[in-house]
Design a binder for this molecule. Structure first.
Ligand SMILES: Nc1ncnc2c1ncn2[C@@H]1O[C@H](COP(=O)(O)OP(=O)(O)OP(=O)(O)O)[C@@H](O)[C@H]1O
Length: 862
């Protein structure tokens, strides 16, 4: 239930703003402490531990009540009257915090750091954790199959530095570049949960939730992310550099590859400072910083990624129906995250692609090996995240057991791949002995199914620590004494209903019904009288009880210490475990791709340094999987002359080989868009190292893939369909190269026919003649077929249909030749437009074609 915000000025309504408290000395002690803390974190929600609850007060109470639909109450706050309050049970703080962080809030946890029983005066409280969308570690708050990135951006005129990290896995990278558009594109690839931006603005420290704007944010930063506005200080060159050197215990940044990249250093240092600040006392476990450049990878811009539906569909943004969905056959969370990363960063180097292909091939050829590896991988837990939790002191006993179970699978995995030849399998042949030792140690120390809580005992096996065993024995014998007490006392007193009980207030007691209270022995001391019973204690009982309680406390403490030492041992091996996780994740991705290739009949593409793209009987990897088997019609693609100077040749099928630009025509719904995407996806999959859905493929490496598919109004920026289309086209013409693959669908549709046709013509011509990128240009303007007669490296293809008197059958076959007519009027007829309208439309079309003389005009242009 949501409560309305109370009127702040009314004397009877609770205070909902700390700023309305004029004299803070009138607040009770606890509230004084609270407002002091709140002053330090004005832009975060402060969850303040009071007994069994995490409470929020004042303005935070109103926000939390609204966002979580909890009841807004109030509490007496001293001489200032009542204070607004909303609380959540302390054991459920993770669930509630997750919701708040998902909504884009930062949450500060201020916990009790001493037992209230031991406190003298106000219980001591401290900020133990700051949770922001980009700094989560808690398992329940993270999605297993994707990284949770936090990024930091530094901009100097039109140069930028970008660092990013996933603190749940330890990944930490930095880069620098010179075009702000590239920065935008890189952020769109990463989809960070939070972006840090240094500023001098007065709203320093604030967290802007997605969609919120600030004058401090430059235009190139997409508004769809959370931004934390930070002070410039940690982002200064000197601070950032010394922070990095200190963290990685280095004398120079040379080893990290960013010595001469000041903006990359500033971004990385500022990011590290923030991460350390939010993790408070717990150490941050990050890998060595890696420097990268955008041109290390195939460039796929955000529009193309969206159009090719790499991680989500265009229509409804779902994962189901995306390329990732179609390809993901991984068995582990690490593999699933790695596959996503690989798809978003395809390679440029043939060597890297070939080693992935070799591994897939070996796994396809050896089915039992593939099946066994996949089976075994299913038993390996998320090593990456578990290790970070261990190294940052957050892992519980179950996490360590999961790690040990996973480590103990590694020797088996290594035996499986003992004779393997391919690089990614060979990487699994050696298991670091220390991990086997750790597995054995954890299994020897920790019980099989340990409890979640670490301070309540029950974690450590017997026989590990003599002191622990002795204390356990004392507690057990005292407990046994108490267990026997009931029987002994019944016999001694002759009262058969006598019972021994325990409650938190009195500890152990002996209970006797009131009717028998005259029979109690002399050494019984009455403690409590209830309606039907009297409760007694005895000096012996109390002595045992005190011994049990103290011994149990000591016992729990000792168990916790043993556990901590073990956890630290695991944390110390973080680097080794990370290397193993990386190898396991890669093997997982590749055995998944091998499984897919084997089941779907994919082929190994031959990767070439030239410009040729030759796909025989290619299929769309996603559409194929959504249709019944055998329904998808395969189509071939031939693009890009071996020579940059095009010479038309004929192959056996009479096709013009190697055009640079293909004009693709065909009626609505015949499959043009599907074919365009198919070509783009096959190229992208090949550069990821995957096999591809085709009979055979020879593919020249592309430097970039561009697409312009379909048109949607960009309501967010208020741009019309046509302007969006023109912007995207301009971007392609300005950046495409001889080595790019360009896929264009219906350029020029959003404006008057002749404008559109003229633009489409000029764009196609420019791509074919000036840039010579490999291009497929799908269009309804069949007039563009004329281009092939004028420009030698242009060819016409069409998606064929079969016309019957009352229906069109879609054959989905891409064949040489251009459609000589548009099927729009035919489609209108099939849709039921009145015959007279159809008749008239045909008349009008004939007239237009006769009078416009477009074809002649175009030829004259030459
Ligand atoms: N090769 C194919 N084999 C089988 N079905 C196909 C094939 N290509 C496309 N289809 C089916 O045809 C439908 C229409 O395809 P697509 O959207 O690519 O048509 P289009 O020609 O681009 O249409 P429009 O011009 O209206 O955008 C798709 O949903 C798909 O299911």
């Amino acid at each position: 239930m949501t409560n309305p915000t109370p009127e702040p000025n009314s004397p009877n309504t609770p205070l909902t703003d700390t700023n309305l408290v004029e004299d803070r000395s009138k607040l009770s002690k606890m509230y004084q402490h609270y407002v002091d803390m709140k002053d330090k974190y004005p832009h975060a929600l402060l969850l303040y531990r009071v007994g069994d609850f995490f409470e929020t007060f004042f303005q935070d109470a109103v926000t939390v009540s609204r966002e979580l639909e909890l009841v807004l109450t109030s509490k007496h706050g001293g001489d200032v009257g009542r204070v607004a309050m909303t609380g959540v049970p302390h054991h459920a703080w993770e669930r509630y915090t997750t919701q708040l962080v998902e909504k884009g809030y930062a949450v500060v946890i201020c916990d009790q750091v001493e037992d209230s029983a031991d406190a003298i005066g106000l219980v001591k409280r401290e900020v133990t954790r700051i949770l922001t969308p980009g700094t989560l570690l808690e398992e329940g708050m993270l999605k297993a199959s994707r990284n949770n990135y936090i990024a930091a951006v530094v901009i100097a005129v039109n140069h930028w530095g970008l660092a990013y990290a996933d603190i749940s896995t330890g990944e930490f990278l930095t880069s620098q570049g010179s075009n702000l558009d590239n920065l935008t594109q890189e952020l769109m690839r990463l989809q960070p949960a939070e972006v840090l931006f240094p500023t001098n603005a007065p709203d320093l420290g604030s967290l802007l939730r997605p969609g919120e704007t600030s004058p401090s944010l430059p235009q190139c930063l997409p508004p769809s992310f959370c931004y934390s506005l930070r002070s410039q200080v940690p982002f200064s060159q000197a601070e950032a550099k010394s922070k990095l050197l200190q963290k990685f215990k280095m004398r120079s940044l040379e080893g990290l590859g960013c010595e001469h990249l000041p903006l990359a250093v500033r971004a990385a240092g500022g990011l590290l400072d923030y991460i350390e600040d939010t993790q408070k006392a717990n150490p941050v476990s990050l890998q060595l910083l890696r420097t990268y450049t955008l041109t290390d990878y195939l460039i796929v811009d955000h529009q193309t990624r969206r159009n090719l539906e790499i991680t989500q569909t265009v229509r409804d943004g779902t994962f189901h129906g995306s390329l990732l969905w179609a390809l993901d056959r991984t068995s582990t969370a690490m593999g699933s995250r790695a596959l996503r990363r690989w798809l978003l960063q395809p390679l440029l180097e043939i060597k890297g692609i070939k080693s992935r292909q070799d591994t897939i091939q070996e796994l396809i050829e050896n089915t039992p090996l593939r099946q066994d590896i996949r089976q075994l991988l299913k038993q390996i837990y998320d090593l990456e995240r578990l290790t970070v939790r261990a190294a940052s002191g957050r892992a519980n006993a179950r996490d360590l057991v999961a790690l040990a179970d996973s480590f103990s699978r590694l020797p088996e995995l290594s035996r499986l791949v003992a004779n393997a030849k391919s690089p990614f399998l060979k990487a699994l042949q050696k298991v670091p002995p220390v991990l086997e030792e750790l597995a054995e140690k954890i299994q020897a120390h920790i019980v099989e199914s340990p409890p979640i809580h670490l301070k309540e005992g029950g974690l450590i096996r017997a026989g590990i620590n003599t002191l622990l065993d002795e204390r356990k024995a004392t507690v057990e014998s005292d407990q046994q004494w108490i267990a026997n007490l009931e029987v002994d006392e019944r016999a001694r007193t002759g009262i058969p209903t006598l019972k021994v009980g325990f409650n938190k207030t009195f500890g152990y007691y002996i209970s006797i019904s009131r009717s028998k209270s005259d029979q109690v022995p002399d050494n019984y001391i009455r403690k409590q009288t209830l309606t039907n019973e009297e409760r007694y204690i005895t000096p012996d009982l109390k002595e045992r009880e005190a011994r049990i309680l103290t011994a149990r406390d000591d016992l729990n403490q000792l168990e916790y210490q043993i556990f901590n030492a073990l956890r630290d041992e695991v944390g110390n091996q973080a680097e080794i475990i990370r290397n193993v996780s990386r190898a396991v994740a890669a093997a997982d991705v590749l055995s998944g791709l091998a499984q897919l290739a084997a089941h779907q009949g994919y082929c190994r593409p031959e990767m070439l340094t030239g410009r040729e793209i030759e796909v025989i009987d290619g299929r769309h990897p996603v559409v194929e999987q959504s249709l019944p088997s055998g329904f998808f019609v395969p189509n071939s693609t031939r693009l890009g002359d071996k020579e940059t100077n095009y010479r038309a040749t004929e192959d056996t099928e009479g096709l013009s080989l190697y055009p640079d630009l293909v004009i693709l025509t065909g009626p609505n719904a015949s499959g043009k868009s599907c074919y365009l995407r198919q070509v783009g996806l096959i190229q992208l999959m090949a550069q990821v190292g995957s096999f591809v859905p085709a009979r055979s493929a020879r593919l020249g490496i592309c430097d970039r893939i561009f697409t312009r598919v379909g048109a949607v109004d960009d309501l967010a920026t208020g741009q019309s369909t046509f302007m969006v289309e023109m912007n995207e086209t301009a971007n392609i013409l300005n950046h495409a190269t001889l080595k790019s693959l360009v896929l264009l669908d219906e350029i020029g549709r959003g404006t008057a026919t002749f404008d559109g046709l003229s633009i489409a013509w000029a764009v196609a011509e420019y791509l074919a003649v000036d840039i010579k990128s490999r291009t497929i240009f799908a269009t309804h303007y069949h007039e563009l077929n004329e281009l092939a007669t004028i420009i030698s490296n242009v060819a016409n293809y069409q998606v064929t249909v079969k016309e019957l008197p009352d229906q069109i059958i879609f054959l989905h076959q891409v064949q040489p030749g251009g459609a000589d007519k548009s099927y729009g009027i035919e489609a209108g007829r099939l849709a039921g437009l009145p015959p007279v309208v159809i008749q008239r439309a045909k008349q009008v079309m004939t007239q237009i074609e006769k009078h416009s003389k477009i074809a002649m005009g175009l030829q004259n242009l030459e």
